[in-house]
Design a binder for this molecule. Structure first.
Ligand code: SAM
Length: 212
């Protein structure tokens, strides 16, 4: 994603009612933050937020938290939320490497990873959001029956992710190399910004679902 500095983004995010400046203080208390007992699903690397905003609109009985590393990107999601009044959606600006500082064991029901950065160099493999290191972190915060759902158009990253799952003692529930032509897995699919862009270019979209 091309990053442009957006002046004032960091300050605007800090003051926004849908975001948290010290999310680690809410560890274990996210249900209280939402004020109900509904399941919590998170998207890591949510970019400008199309996917998670639409999910929150379509599923009011589920709580959603979008996680994004950069203020200049997250601010765009906040702008989209203006006038939507979604009380089941929150955002955190953070590096997902520290996800275990923010969520308690079993606090998260589902994790979405959409078009995660590929980090093509081998020495950067542990930064990929589907690496065994990240799967180990998800293992600590995800409910025992929780799942991760991952979409990408990147062949190498998808192949890598399929290999990392058994290495991290996770199990592949389902997968496809061509999501948009897979009737079963594409049911109810919500496109992300990258998914719309890359599928318009003719790239097949890959998806996998994994649990432990
Ligand atoms: N999910 C969106 C989509 O599908 O349109 C955005 C995809 S974009 C290629 C990847 C996003 O993940 C970027 O916005 C990037 O800043 C964010 N990201 C990458 N690594 C991250 C990390 N460790 N923690 C939080 N966000 C991260």
């Amino acid at each position: 994603m091309r990053l442009r500095n957006v002046p004032g983004a960091r300050e605007a995010i800090a003051e926004h009612s849908m975001t948290f400046t010290e999310p680690e203080k809410n560890k274990g208390q996210w249900k209280e933050i939402f004020g109900n007992d509904r399941p919590i699903r998170i998207e890591i690397g949510m970019g400008k937020g199309n996917f998670i905003i639409q999910m929150a609109q379509e599923n009011p009985e589920i709580n959603y938290i979008g996680i994004e590393k950069y203020s200049s990107v997250l601010i765009r999601a906040l702008e989209k939320c203006e006038e939507l009044e979604l009380d089941n959606l929150k955002f955190i600006r953070m590096d997902a490497e520290y996800i275990c500082d923010v969520f308690e064991k079993d606090e998260v029901d589902r994790i979405y990873l959409n078009f995660s950065d590929p980090w093509p160099k081998d020495r950067h493999a542990k930064r990929r959001l589907t690496s065994r290191q990240f799967l180990g972190r998800y293992d600590q915060i995800l409910k025992p029956d929780g799942i991760i759902e991952f979409k990408t158009d990147n062949d190498q990253l998808f192949e890598f992710s399929l290999e990392e799952i058994p290495e991290a003692n996770w199990k592949l529930v389902d997968s496809t190399w061509d999501l948009h032509n897979n009737e079963e897995l594409c049911k109810g699919n919500i496109m992300t910004e990258y998914e719309a862009k890359f599928s318009a270019m003719g790239n097949p979209i890959h998806k996998l679902i994994a649990n432990r």
